[in-house]
Design a protein around this ligand. Structure first.
Ligand code: ITT
Length: 200
């Protein structure tokens, strides 16, 4: 079975990606980047989700000699001109401090009423092969930002994003419900035929 590396150390993402790719029937042995602790984290120097996803996938594929998939994702808030965007994981200054990131964003939007709280999760999913072949696709999940966090599922900004057509936040959806409509679900489902085409 071909081994496919999931180029992320974010445990919430690994859980989601495994479920999404397994549901899509991808017959590959999926391994997180933590299985390769000697490979250093790549600097996310890109200015788009697609650039950063490709950087992460290429770094792992080059270092391990195995195909790698990566995503770069974030929350894009209309009234902030698309921010935090590619800075979502480090919006409060500390990379990966989900609680501080969410609280800073809520404080920044404290005076903004519901008519102007539109936002969307965005995700670029990339596949890189050790020979440098690359593909990237994107997915989005639009919604509205709540004033208070609600729900305990998921990670990151899930407790404040209410997807369009729902009365609950992403953190109140089951993993299956979120994956069916999420930016990451859409992007990786679009990547599956590409993986099949290049890896069989
Ligand atoms: P890797 O780079 O190792 O994959 P990361 O957490 O740094 O992990 P990103 O650079 O893609 O990942 O940043 C994504 C951030 O955007 C993440 O930390 C969350 O704050 C937010 N985010 C992305 N997808 C999300 C989702 O489905 N639910 C909630 N927040 C999400």
């Amino acid at each position: 079975m071909t081994r496919l590396i999931l180029a992320t150390r974010n445990a919430g993402k690994i859980t989601e990606l495994r479920a999404i790719l397994a549901d899509a029937g991808l017959p590959h042995d999926l391994v997180g980047a933590d299985a390769y602790p000697e490979v250093p984290d790549v600097k996310e120097t890109g200015v788009t989700f697609a650039e950063n996803a490709l950087l992460k996938a290429h770094a792992l594929a080059r270092a391990t000699g195995l195909p790698a998939v990566a995503d770069d994702s974030g929350l894009c808030v209309d009234v902030l001109g698309g921010a935090p965007g590619i800075f979502s994981a480090r919006w409060s200054g500390t990379h990966g401090d989900d609680r501080a990131n969410l609280e800073l964003l809520l404080a920044q939007l404290a005076d903004i009423d519901d008519t102007h709280r539109a936002a969307q999760f965005a995700c670029a999913a990339a596949l890189a092969l050790p020979d440098g072949t690359e593909r990237v696709v994107e997915g989005r999940m639009p919604g509205i930002l709540r004033h208070e966090p609600i729900g305990t599922n998921g990670f990151g900004y899930d407790p404040i994003l209410q997807p369009d057509g729902y009365e609950v936040t992403c953190a109140q959806l089951s993993p299956e419900e979120k994956n069916a409509i999420s930016h990451r679900g859409k992007a990786f489902r679009a990547l599956v035929p590409v993986v099949r085409e290049l890896l069989g």
